[in-house]
Design a protein around this ligand. Sequence first.
Ligand code: CO
Length: 139
Amino acid sequence: MSNTPKLDHVGIAVASIDEAAGLYRALGLPIEATESVAEQGVRVAFLPAGDTRLELLEPTGPDSPIARFLDRKGPGIHHLSLQVDDIKTAMTELAAQGYELLSDEPQSGAHGSLVCFLHPRSAGGVLLELTQPAAATND
Ligand code: CO
C-alpha cells in the first residue's frame, strides 16, 4: 500500500435509516446522500463527520448480510472502512501475507466505489473494509 490509508467511514447497521436519522440530525450530522447497493443488499446513507463519514446500513431484504447481522447482534457498529488508492494491489498484498479476504475480486460499493472486506477472524475481530473511491487515481 503506497500511501497511508485514511479512515473513509464507520459502517453502522440500522433497521431503518429513517428512524436512525433523527439521532444523527440531533447530533448535527445530517444525511448527505442515500443510495441502494444491490450487490450488497443494502440501502446506505452517508453522514459527513469531519474528515470521515458515518455510513448507515439498512437491509433491503431478509437475505441481506446486514439483515443477518441485525438478527445476530442487533444494531450497532458493523465495519470500519479504510480508503486505499489501489484496492487490487492492497488485496494481493494482504492475501500474500495470509490475511483472509471475503472475496477474490473487488465488489461494487456505494458511489461507484470498489470495496473488499477482510474476515474479522483475520483482522482481530473487526470487519475491515477496503474502499477505492470511484474518482481515485493511482498517482
Ligand atoms: Co462501508
